[in-house]
Write a protein that binds this ligand. Structure first.
Ligand code: SF4
Length: 282
């Protein structure tokens, strides 16, 4: 969440909204302790693959050179401080995954991506609503914006669930709303996830969900509730204090491996032995 006092606007990104919905404390810590944020291997592979795809779609390189661009980007991320945090992917396989996933996109997804769209299209759109006297705006960057619908590239360990994405995805709702406000897509439109799945044989999956005015209306309500919460927790300044926000550990990302702030939150109390299943349990 970003506040512009001059224009009296509050800007929300889909990633911030998702973080607040998952664990408000995590959203606060990402603001107050950004130095703890480390790029993990899964995110770095995704960033590198994105670079290769963008180079292809902008005709910067021919199709066959996409994996080379991806790998160069990954090497750059590896060389930057503090490096890449190892989660559950064997580091010996990082480079192989980057190349294989880019090739999966070329083979399984690219042939179905319509030409003539905009790559890396950034946006700022007014939702038509206000919170505490501030206009609520959505902002972000679309991987690929086309009149037929918005596309987003994802790298993942397993296939996406169409039902889950259709019923709950915040990003699809915000981006489709924004694309309609920009006059590029109709109010009822399709949002496509181009998913590249890691594995011994990487493959591509296209998951297309529909979005309508109803989804736009609801995600604006969600964002209003999150912004109102953040305003209340910051005495209307938008700047988090040292007071903790709601601490929610009821999801799989709450772990030493997946939450950058584990050591200053749950990890300050709970360590691996505390999570071990005792002899009398089961
Ligand atoms: S450790 Fe868990 S509860 Fe704490 S900020 Fe991270 S996700 Fe939230």
């Amino acid at each position: 969440m970003r506040i512009d006092e001059e224009t009296k606007r509050v800007f929300v990104r889909q990633s911030w909204l998702k973080d607040v919905l998952l664990c408000p404390e995590r959203a606060r810590l990402s603001y107050t302790k950004p130095e703890f944020k480390v790029t993990n291997d899964s995110a770095a592979i995704g960033t590198a693959v994105h670079a290769g795809i963008e180079a292809i779609l902008t005709n910067t390189v021919p199709l066959v050179d996409g994996p080379i661009v991806s790998l160069a980007k990954f090497r750059q991320l590896e060389s930057e401080s503090p490096g890449i945090n190892h989660t559950n992917i064997n580091p010996d396989h990082w480079h192989g995954h980057v190349v294989a996933l880019t090739n999966a996109w070329i083979q399984d997804i690219y042939p179905r991506v319509p030409s003539g769209g905009f790559c890396e299209k950034s946006f700022e759109v007014f939702t038509g609503e206000s919170v505490n006297g501030y206009e609520l705006w959505f902002e972000g960057t679309m991987d690929y914006l086309h009149p037929n619908g918005v596309w987003d590239w994802k790298t993942a360990a397993r296939k996406y669930s169409l039902l889950e994405k259709q019923t709950q995805d915040v990003q699809a709702s915000i981006y489709s709303f924004a694309a309609n406000k920009m006059g590029v897509v109709k109010e009822k439109s399709i949002f496509n996830f181009g998913v590249m799945i890691r594995g011994s044989n990487a493959t591509g999956q296209i998951v297309s969900v529909s979005r309508s005015k109803a989804h736009g209306d609801f995600v604006i309500k969600q964002a209003m509730s999150a912004v109102a919460y953040a305003f209340a927790m910051t005495n209307n300044t938008g700047v988090p204090t040292d007071e903790r926000w709601l601490v929610n550990d009821q999801h799989y990302l709450c772990s030493q491996r997946w939450c950058s702030w584990w050591s200053v939150c749950k990890g300050a109390h709970i360590s691996e032995p505390d999570n071990e299943i005792g002899e009398n349990n089961g």
